[in-house]
Design a binder for this molecule. Structure first.
Ligand code: DX5
Ligand code: ZN
Length: 230
C-alpha cells in the first residue's frame, strides 16, 4: 500500500482562485489521483463544477496525475458520456439514481479501459448495492451526506467498508473500496483497517499546513493500529 496512492484529495476544498497551483502542489506531493466532485443542484442542492472546468484541467494535467469523477447528478448517463469524451476513464455515479445496467455494460464494451464506480449515500443500506458490484470497478462509500465538503464523518461508516470487503473476498471480486467524506487522521485509518483501498480527503488535506504530515499521519496511524499499538 503506497501512502500517496491512498489519499485522493477532493478538488472541492481547493482554492479555486489558485486552481493551477493547487494541482501542481498535489503533483509535487506525489498524489496519484484527484477526486472531482460534480454537483448538479438537483441530486444535491449545491452546484460545483462540471465539464468545462474538467476539460481545461484534464487537458493540462492528464499526463501528470489521474482524475476520478464523482457524479452527484440525477441523470448520470448523459454526463458519463460527456466526461468520457473529454478523456476521463474513472467515473462514479450514485446507486440512488442507477437503473439501467445495459447502458453501462455497453459503455464498458466500447471503452475497455473505463473504470466505473458505484457510490451510495449514508441512508442506503450496503446490502442493497452488493448484487450490482460484479459490474463495477469501484465502490464509493459516502461517509457524509453528499452535497458539501467539511462535514463530520458519520460514525459506523467503516462497518459498511468491512461488509464490502467481506463480500469482495467471499465472491472473489476485484472492485476497489473508496471512502468519501469526513476523512482525517483518525477516521482514515479506521476505514483502511476495515478494508478501504483509497480515501477521499477534502478539508483535511487542503487545510493542512503540512501536507506531507497530513498524508503520513493517516498512514502511520493505520500501520500503528494494525500492529496493535495506538
Ligand atoms: C461530498 C463530496 C466529498 C467531499 C469531501 O459530497 O463527495 O468528496 O468533498 O470533503 P471532506 O473531506 O471535507 O468531507
Ligand atoms: Zn466526492
Amino acid at each position: 500500500m503506497e501512502k500517496e496512492n491512498i489519499i485522493r484529495p477532493s478538488l472541492l476544498s481547493a482554492d479555486f482562485s489558485f486552481l493551477n497551483d493547487e494541482i501542481e502542489d498535489m503533483i509535487k506531493h506525489n498524489i496519484k489521483s484527484i477526486h472531482f466532485d460534480v454537483m448538479d443542484g438537483s441530486f444535491v442542492s449545491q452546484i460545483s463544477f462540471g465539464q468545462p472546468i474538467f476539460k481545461s484541467i484534464y487537458s493540462r494535467f492528464k499526463n501528470k496525475i489521474n482524475f476520478d469523477v464523482h457524479l452527484m447528478t440525477l441523470n448520470p448517463i448523459k454526463q458519463v458520456k460527456q466526461f468520457i469524451d473529454i478523456g476521463s476513464r474513472d467515473i462514479t455515479f450514485h446507486y440512488e439514481v442507477f437503473d439501467n445496467y445495459q447502458d453501462y455494460i455497453s459503455l464498458k464494451n466500447e471503452y475497455p479501459d473505463l473504470k466505473l464506480g458505484l457510490a451510495f449515500s449514508p441512508d442506503t443500506e450496503v446490502e442493497k448495492i452488493l448484487p450490482s458490484l460484479p459490474l463495477f470497478d469501484n465502490v464509493l462509500v459516502m461517509s457524509v451526506v453528499p452535497g458539501k465538503g467539511g462535514q463530520p464523518y458519520i460514525e459506523g461508516s467503516e462497518k459498511k467498508v468491512r461488509k464490502l470487503n467481506e463480500y469482495r473476498k467471499e465472491r472473489n471480486l476485484n472492485f476497489k473500496i473508496i471512502v468519501d467524506g469526513g476523512i482525517n487522521e483518525k477516521t482514515g485509518p479506521l476505514c483502511l483497517l476495515n478494508g478501504a483501498d483509497h480515501l477521499v480527503c477534502g478539508s483535511y488535506y487542503f487545510k493542512a499546513a503540512d501536507k506531507d504530515k497530513a498524508i503520513d499521519d493517516i498512514y502511520n496511524n493505520f500501520v500503528r493500529v494494525q500492529h496493535g499499538n495506538y
